[in-house]
Design a protein around this ligand. Sequence first.
Ligand code: 2AM
Length: 176
Amino acid sequence: MSASAPWRLFFAIWPPPEIATLLNAWSRTAQVECGGRVTLPANIHLTLAFLGDVSPGRAKRLAECGRRAGGVAHSLALEQARYWKHNRVVWAGPRVIPPALGSLAQALAGELMAADFPTEAREFNAHVTLIRQARLPRILPGLPTIIWPVSEMVLVRTQLSSTGSSYAMLERFALT
Ligand code: 2AM
């Protein structure tokens, strides 16, 4: 790969290990019903802004956007698990997006736009992808109560390989 090959980047929140463990345990139960490929615990995340391919030389500017977005620490209750037919994904998410999370996504989108990083115009849809290539489930098992303490945002690089995606944290932004 050449030195200037683009990086595939996104901003996300990453759960602490105990939350990832709970989500992975639930996913394996759901997989009995719908098959598919369960997200590895270390890869579980919620995307705030997807950049796609970015020149590595612009990553610093991107990190500045992350710092400027600010954001406050908060709790995120994952209360529902659903299936999306269009991409055959099982996901978990909040019923109502916490104001602090919505504000962070909005502030970040504003910073990215001002810095001329194109992102998707569609509304922020807070979800954690737990199973891919899933069949339509008759019914999904109930989610346990999952309260995710959100205290940082990360800028992440996706590395694609024949064995799947792996993620490298480029920068962490504390939410205070
Ligand atoms: P997903 O979990 O719903 O697939 C890294 O690919 C992250 O960016 C994933 O969380 C993915 O969401 C999200 N993402 C958002 N838009 C994307 C796009 N157009 N292509 C790939 N990933 C996207």
